[in-house]
Design a protein around this ligand. Sequence first.
Ligand code: ZN
Length: 189
Amino acid sequence: MVGRLVLPGEYIGTEEEFIASKGTYEDNGRVYSSNVGNVEVGSDFRVVVRGKKQDVVVQPGDEIIGVVTDINEPLVVIAGEYLIKLGKVYQIRTRALVHASRITGHYLDQCSKVVKARDVVRGKVVSTRGKIDLTLEPPDEGVIFAYCSKCRQPLQRINSGLYCTYCQKNEVRKVSRKYGEISEGVKKK
Ligand SMILES: [Zn+2]
C-alpha cells in the first residue's frame, strides 16, 4: 500500500489501520484517497496522499485515464485526466484516441459495441506522433467505470461482464481488470 499510486475515491484501508490525513477522507470506517498521488504512511499511522505537480511529457508505454467524450467511428475520443508513468500518477489535460483495431485484439466493426460515451477508460500509450494513440487491449486496460445506458446507475462487474442491478440487465464493454477500483472521483466529472 505505501507508495502505491491512487486516484480520487480509491480505497486505501480501514480506520483500524490508518488515520485519514491530508489528501484522504474517511467514510463508514474506510479511508479513501481524495487526491491524485502516492500513499505515504507515517509512524503514527497517519496516511497522506501527495500529488506530483511538475509538468510531464506523455510517452509510449505510459498509461492515461480519462473519460470517453465522443465515439467517432472508428475512433474513441478520450479526455485524458491522469497520466501514469513509472509508477507515479500526474494530473494532465489532454486528448487521446483509440482506434477500433486496438480495443479487443479482434476485428471490431464498431467501437460503440464495447465502449460508450461517459465511460472511464484506462489505456496504454502506443504513439505520440502528432496525436496520442492508446490501446485498450492489455488486461489492465479498458473500461474502469461505467454507467448503465438506461438508468445511469453505476454498473457492477460480474465475471468478465458488467451488470445493472436495477435494470437486471447485462452490458457489454471491453472491461479492464481494474474495473471498479475507483469508487468516486473521475467518474463524477
Ligand atoms: Zn440500469
